[in-house]
Write a protein of this length. Structure first.
Lengths: 247, 247
DNA sequence: TTGCACGGTTGACATGGATCAAACCCGTCT
DNA sequence: AGACGGGTTTGATCCATGTCAACCGTGCAA
């Protein structure tokens, strides 16, 4: 059966996806819900999409109708200016939500691209609003998630506004490490899913600067880098880089 | 009657404040509500606080229990790093909401300071959640407001990550102009409420750089600056500065 | 009225990161 | 196996913005 051009780029698998037995439920939307409440959430979240590396989950300008919970994989979001400049606004991993920016004016305001083969749960937003009018816990948790996104963005603004290159990269690595840990992965060893250029775009730096900072950290014994493979050797050392911001 | 030290710094006036006859209702939370729904919102928003110039509406770390709608005046929000660095994360004016960042972990994550004598409406958050479980329009509008904040933050990240000094300042001025216009003020002439240092902090620049950029714009006939008084003479010119980002 | 304090402006100079360019590494295709 | 291409590393140089310092303007207090 032929697929339309639009659908072709992401294959939709209508697999019954249950929050109730998802191991990410404590990181994700169902956090704090009772069994019975979770069952009601399950009714609404029943489509899972697979997105292959490099494909868009959504694009800026497309009508907004759903948010997405990442079940597995890794994404970036970015915004584009008319003159071609773009900036990565975030990297998202399992258990995190994508698409919250689209609520504001019924259209997505950024692009979401998979950086590795990924799976997301499709959450129709108006049905989520309906359900969260009935389940207070869900309502409150959703508000917390949105608020957390605002706080995170303030952190990035701080980083972009006041930190120098090496501080930014240290903050970035520590943040990744901490999020991997929360998902049960090694806090000290991981593969970067994004290029130096994407890291640079996120951190407001050029790719060469990112590369040099990696090399510098390696020379100082803080990390071991081998292309995309990172081993963090000295977490306190990285933290220290963030604190003494002169030289 | 003596006031406690905590209360002393902001004088609370328990004046009946009605959204229903507030001229900011179309910019603010009541947007889109029917008369009857607005009356229910009125029941919940019945305390107005006056905050004098320089005083804090709230501070980072304080327990969160309310959000605030600005009735009149002008605020800045800023975050502080342990090592003393701080950054202004936004400037807020009448009709805008303050405190959304506090939802995420029951504590405010930034400081909100009045830049001129101001008045805010006090909106107990749990009561707002209760009401928005009953009024779909309110619920949806509140979600839009939070989402808009996220989109705004992405814009600031873009600005901090990719723009040069003069582009940032042009973007800043155009944004202010546009928000003043939306509130019925002149789009071309206004007084800045913040210092050069605060502008710089927001834009990720030093105050001297901000000052030089103002002077440069003046030389080029784009604006007329006289200390805090700004007159915008050439809006297309400012827009153009933002677009050609090389030299 | 004078003087002080705070914010703003301007200049001279220093520097972190951008830019430009070459070479390298690694996986993939032929 | 060889060649190609995307991503990365490293070096040399440049420039926008930071830093430091002097001075100015305005409003408030004595």
């Amino acid at each position: 059966m032929p697929l339309s051009p639009v659908v072709k780029e992401i294959s939709i698998a209508v697999i019954k996806t249950a929050c109730s037995n998802c191991n990410l439920r404590e990181l994700c939307l169902p956090f704090g819900l009772s069994e019975e409440e979770m069952a009601r959430l399950d009714e609404l979240i029943n489509v899972r999409k697979r997105i292959k590396r490099g494909e868009h989950l959504y694009r800026a300008g497309q009508p907004f109708e759903s948010i997405y919970a990442i079940r597995s994989g890794f994404f970036k979001t970015d915004v584009l200016l008319e003159d071609g400049r773009d900036q990565v606004t975030g990297f998202q991993m399992a258990g995190e939500l994508l698409g919250l920016d689209g609520i504001s004016n019924e259209h997505h305001s950024c692009n979401a691209v998979a950086l590795e083969d990924s799976e997301v749960c499709h959450i129709p937003f108006s049905r989520l609003e309906n359900l969260s009018r009935e389940i207070q816990t869900l309502q409150h948790h959703f508000h917390k998630v949105m608020s957390r996104e605002i706080v995170r963005d303030h952190g990035v603004m701080m980083l972009l506004g006041t930190m120098r290159a090496e501080e930014r990269l240290a903050a970035f690595l520590l943040n990744l490490s901490q999020r991997f840990t929360a998902r049960g992965f090694s806090h000290a060893e991981f593969n970067l899913r994004m290029t130096r250029e994407e890291i640079g775009s996120y951190l407001g730096l050029k790719l060469e600067t990112v590369s040099r900072a990696f090399s510098r950290f390696q020379e100082e014994g803080l990390i071991a880098v081998q292309q995309k493979h990172i081993r963090i050797l000295n977490i306190p050392g990285l933290k220290q880089i963030m604190s003494h911001h002169n030289h």
